[in-house]
Design a protein around this ligand. Structure first.
Ligand code: UDP
Length: 413
């Protein structure tokens, strides 16, 4: 399909300078100067929905503003392709089976078609996630560098699904992971945790009035504390587990649960999981299930800011941008100790980690009862995100690695 048109509004660099200070931005600018003659191409499988699209919508304009010519291509797919790549995604997260031979054949056919159509003639091609991973073996030219960016948690991957991935990633010069728990030795591996954009509509400061206005259409109760999870309706985000934990917590404290989410363009399971969640929440006045359009960034911002507690009870997780977003807004966070979440939630310091429905319920109750603890965790969480998980840091990590690859020197691991 397509080249995604992305526009930064105003100067991103000046905005970031105001948030993180002058020194990190100068370092980024000087690094970028060395890459001005190199063209970068980003490739993923959806322009909207999910964390990867969220990051690319800002990182691409940032790299351009830095003077590094960068384009973003979205891989075209069909319904069957999205179904089987969702199956592959689940299997790589350790849920369900690997692709059958027929499914793999269709997967490769769609990759072959994309290899013919996409504009992939940059000096460095950065492929995000497993959907387009076969493009390297189909399209790579010897003058190019290809890097695979893994956003998922491979720690408990189905061995057959992992084997299929390993075969494809062997065609890459390097692979980038979000956290170190599991880095298969398939290409030289580097760590680059994802990041959020403090200037985006999802994260900019909102006044109380703006929050009220943004949330008014949803008619949410204002007399009880809100416990909120923002996530695509996906079983690995465990929305039903959140409901169970909330029911347990409600036996001890008053609160209102908000589940807010939508679907990603490449996720065919969304409608089914949404229906399950709506059925489970039916008849409970203290639960609101919101189905949001893909551009509901300001609504999500307002929900996160207004919530007393933000939950992320995922069963598997690459990183969970939603956690970084909540911590950036000084929220008290209760989140599962999976994937990249423990990089962000340092237990008892920037939030609370949990491993079960009961644990989640217990920590929600604890935080509902302790405003001082909520403030302390929220303040430390904000600093932790500012120092480690904003876009300028991710851009710097990428450019460092690209420079090393393009100039033929080994990048520091
Ligand atoms: N998100 C959104 N609308 C939704 C659900 C999620 O805009 O209905 C955003 C969320 O705020 C975050 C991203 O999508 O920025 C999800 O990234 P994350 O890493 O948490 O999970 P993923 O969906 O990539 O597994």
């Amino acid at each position: 399909m397509s080249l995604v048109e992305v526009n930064g509004d105003g100067s991103l660099l000046e905005g970031y300078r105001a948030v993180v200070g002058d020194a990190p931005i100068r370092a980024l600018e000087s690094l970028a100067r060395t890459l001005r003659d190199h063209r970068l191409v980003m490739v993923n499988s959806t322009a909207v929905g999910g964390g990867v699209a969220e990051i690319l919508h800002r990182l691409v304009p940032l790299l351009r503003e830095l003077g590094v010519p960068t384009t973003w291509e979205v891989m075209p797919g069909d319904e069957r392709f999205y179904e089987l790549t969702k199956k592959l995604h689940n299997a790589l997260h350790g849920h369900g089976d690997a692709l059958t031979t027929t499914e793999l054949e269709h997967y490769l056919t769609v990759n072959r078609r994309a290899a013919e159509r996409l504009q992939l003639d940059g000096d460095l091609v950065l492929i995000h996630d497993p959907q387009p991973v076969a493009l390297a073996e189909l399209r790579r030219q010897s003058s190019q560098k290809w890097v695979w960016r893994c956003h998922i948690d491979l720690e408990r991957a189905n061995p057959d699904a992992l084997d299929m991935l390993v075969t494809r990633v062997a065609h890459y010069d390097a692979a980038i992971y979000s956290h170190a728990a599991f880095m298969p030795k398939i290409a030289p591996g580097y760590l680059v945790p994802p990041s959020i954009d403090p200037l985006s509509p999802k994260n900019i400061v909102l006044s109380d009035r703006e929050i009220d206005e943004t949330l008014a259409p949803f008619e949410l109760p204002d007399s009880v504390p809100w416990v909120t999870q923002v996530s695509r309706y996906d079983r690995l985000k465990d929305p039903l587990g959140v409901l169970q934990a909330f029911r347990l917590a409600r036996r001890r404290e008053r609160a209102h649960l908000i589940l807010a989410g939508g679907a990603a363009g490449d996720d065919p399971e969304g409608a089914e999981v949404t229906a399950e969640v709506l059925a489970a929440a039916k008849g409970h006045d203290d639960v609101s299930v919101l189905t949001l359009p893909p551009d509901a960034h300001r609504v999500i911002n307002a929900l996160q800011r207004r919530s007393t507690i933000v939950v992320q009870k995922s069963l598997r997780e690459g990183f969970a941008l939603t956690v970084a977003e909540a911590l950036w807004k000084r929220r008290a966070v209760v989140a599962s100790a999976v994937g990249g979440i423990p990089l962000q939630v340092l237990h008892e310091r920037t939030g609370l980690l949990v491993r079960s429905v009961e644990g989640c319920a217990g920590q929600i109750v604890r935080l509902l009862r302790d405003p001082a603890m909520r403030r302390r965790l929220g303040a430390a969480g904000r600093e932790h995100i500012r120092d480690n998980f904003l876009h300028p840091r991710e851009a710097r990590d990428y450019l460092t690695l690209f420079l090393a690859l393009l100039h033929g020197i080994a990048a520091p691991r």
